[in-house]
Design a binder for this molecule. Structure first.
Ligand SMILES: [Zn+2]
Ligand SMILES: [Zn+2]
Length: 361
């Protein structure tokens, strides 16, 4: 685990060497975790290994990883719910680190700059979706920790145009969960079309939900939280939820909007039934178990809307990070040493993580 006087100083040292003496002064190898055999966490799909320190390509940065938060998507990749796009990929896409080196033709940010590396790794920039500002739908988009190695490692490469500027005055572990949990939750909030001062239902209350709830509350919403874990229910109360109930509970008032964070298709009709006329349900996850048969009258009629959420645009990310600077959501984290990445994912699989799990590299 890092200490402020330990590896961070060492990294600055590496940066200084890199700027004056070239990348051969970076270590040749690094510690990393890879998804070796996708399968249930009980079968140990992750493997701790040594890998060469990656070389940043044109337009890319080499980022020295300070912390990497653990996302449910990492769990879906480890367990094989999401098909691997390449073998033995390093997971992790909520990285806070410092620029260690620039690839050929990369203009900046300068070595030493604190940056965030997130899920959206690249888009084509020329397709009809990219051109109309919907780069989250780009068919050629690639993702950190899926199409390319991610942040469960000492170093990661990222395209300079896709990293986020981060403040220096926040601890790295409080910033990391903002980079996916926060950004995707914010995208889901936008997709849920919550009117100003509206009533928002949140189903499932993990890392993403607890950040989204705070932004919604700060912007004037009444937030009703439905979740099974008692610790999560307690956290929701502490953060100012208007009501808290069980995972399939019925909120005390009809909802203008709802977000389903739990990857549980059975909850789709439950949430739709809780919507007011004209309400919208956004499904936040990248993976969802099968949705049961819907009843048109009970679940959709009266112009209720069911929507999915697919990744995010960089504009969503920048807007959310601005809102986070403004509202300063309380970021609940559970720290894990780098050695315990598999344990963090096992705990996430069994709902034993309070807020967001964060790996200290
Ligand atoms: Zn595109
Ligand atoms: Zn994620």
């Amino acid at each position: 685990m890092n200490t402020p006087s330990g590896p961070r100083v060492a990294a600055t040292h590496v940066v200084a060497q890199e700027r004056t003496e070239g990348p051969e002064r970076l270590p040749r190898e690094m510690d990393a975790w890879v998804v070796a055999r996708p399968g249930p966490m009980g079968t140990h799909p992750l493997e701790r290994t040594r890998l060469p320190v990656p070389t940043p390509g044109p337009g890319e940065l080499l980022v020295w990883v300070e912390v990497c938060a653990v996302c449910r998507t990492d769990l879906h990749l480890a367990e094989g719910d999401l098909t691997p796009r390449r073998p033995r990929t390093v997971p992790g896409h909520e990285v806070v680190g410092r620029v260690a080196a620039l690839g050929p033709g990369t203009a900046g940010p300068a070595p030493g700059t604190r940056v965030g590396v997130a899920w959206l790794r690249s888009t084509c920039g020329i397709c009809r979706y990219c051109r109309r500002g919907a780069e989250n739908l780009c068919p050629s988009s690639t993702y950190t920790g899926w199409d390319a190695d991610g942040g469960y490692a000492e170093y990661v490469t990222a395209l300079a145009d896709y990293v986020y500027a981060l403040p220096e005055d926040e601890p790295a572990d409080k910033l990391a969960p903002l980079l996916c949990a926060g950004i995707i939750g914010y995208r889901a909030l936008l997709r849920a079309d919550l009117p100003p001062g509206g009533r928002l239902g949140i189903y499932g209350f993990g890392a993403s939900a607890h950040l989204t709830a705070q932004i919604a509350i700060a912007e004037g919403a009444a937030v009703h939280v439905m979740t099974r874990s008692e610790a999560a229910q307690e956290l929701a109360r502490t953060l100012g939820a208007a009501s808290v109930g069980g995972s399939a509970g019925v909120p005390p008032e009809p909802l203008d909007a709802a977000i389903l964070f739990a990857p549980v298709g059975d909850l789709v009709p439950v949430a739709l039934a809780a919507l007011d006329r004209g309400g919208t349900l956004a499904v936040a996850g990248i993976h969802l178990t099968d949705i049961p048969v819907l009843n048109y009258q009970r679940h959709l009629f009266q112009e209720r809307t069911l929507r999915s959420v697919t990744a995010n645009t960089r504009a969503d990310g920048r807007r959310f990070l601005e809102l986070a600077s403004l509202h300063r959501p309380r970021v609940t984290t559970t720290p894990y040493p780098f050695d315990a990445a598999d344990e963090a994912l096992r705990d996430l699989a069994t709902d034993r993580v309070d807020g967001a799990a964060v790996l200290f590299i």
